[in-house]
Design a protein around this ligand. Structure first.
Ligand code: SAM
Length: 228
């Protein structure tokens, strides 16, 4: 399967069964045990990022690009804390849901700005670029290109999360719970940390903070890198 096919499948998945599934996981309604575990893990990743940004005490002065924003789980709390957010996602359904949640939480559609856009077509310049749990949809060679592109948009910092290859066996055993039913056709790609670090460094960034979230069904390695 080539990368373009991969991307079409991902877009269709997150506009159909994937949307229904992830909207529930990234919500607060009733879910099954596996989904609850993934919800808890993902929330930990989001909370870690928010904690890092808040610790710097300059959130209200920051412009942030949330690439592959999903339903706005990160963008909305960051906007609540005063950061200027540009958030985008390849899935129109996810973006529509994010807009609704943003409006319900913040009472305005002014910030975040939500747009339907894939990562490759993002442009502009932001203090911080954040991309959480999206790399799982990219094979390594495509991930290199994507990370380099995101680096080119970041003035000072990039924050990325990915499913690390070290947990491969555990994840492969559980992969059915990431993409159940017919949508199993959507592939999940794992990444070696050394490969991700290498590409960040080759773009002029160095690692500042790192974290690992690991629950039964959710694995996410989080890296913060700043311009050298
Ligand atoms: N970052 C969000 C979060 O952590 O709450 C969402 C994570 S969700 C697992 C992955 C998201 O990446 C989906 O909303 C999907 O539509 C989006 N996505 C996948 N490939 C993309 C691409 N090429 N460009 C933009 N978004 C993409």
């Amino acid at each position: 399967m080539n990368a373009a096919d991969d991307k079409t499948i991902v877009r269709e998945y997150f506009n159909s069964t994937g949307f229904d599934r992830w909207k529930r996981i990234y919500g607060d309604g009733e879910v099954n045990k596996v989904q609850l575990d993934i919800r808890t893990g993902h929330q930990q990743t989001v909370d870690t990022v928010i904690g890092w940004l808040k610790a710097d005490n300059n959130l209200a002065a920051l412009s942030i690009c949330d690439a592959g924003c999903g339903v706005g789980s990160l963008s909305i709390p960051l906007a609540t804390d005063g950061a200027k957010i540009y958030a985008s996602d390849i899935s129109e359904k996810m973006v529509t849901e994010a807009k609704e949640r943003g409006l319900a939480t913040l009472g305005t559609a002014e910030n975040p700005t939500f747009a339907v856009q894939d990562l490759e077509s993002l442009s502009g310049s932001y203090h911080t670029v954040i991309c959480l749990d999206v790399l799982i949809h990219y094979p390594q060679e495509k991930a290199d290109e994507m990370i380099s592109h995101l680096c080119s948009l970041a003035q000072s910092r990039i924050i990325l999360s990915f499913a690390p290859k070290t947990c491969a066996l555990t994840i492969l055993k559980k992969i059915g719970s990431f993409f159940p039913g017919p949508s199993k056709a959507t592939r999940a790609y794992l990444h070696r940390e050394a490969d991700v670090v290498k590409i960040l460094e080759s773009n002029g960034f160095s690692i500042q903070r790192q974290s690992m979230t690991k629950t039964r069904f959710y694995f996410s390695r989080l890296l913060e890198a700043t311009r050298k």
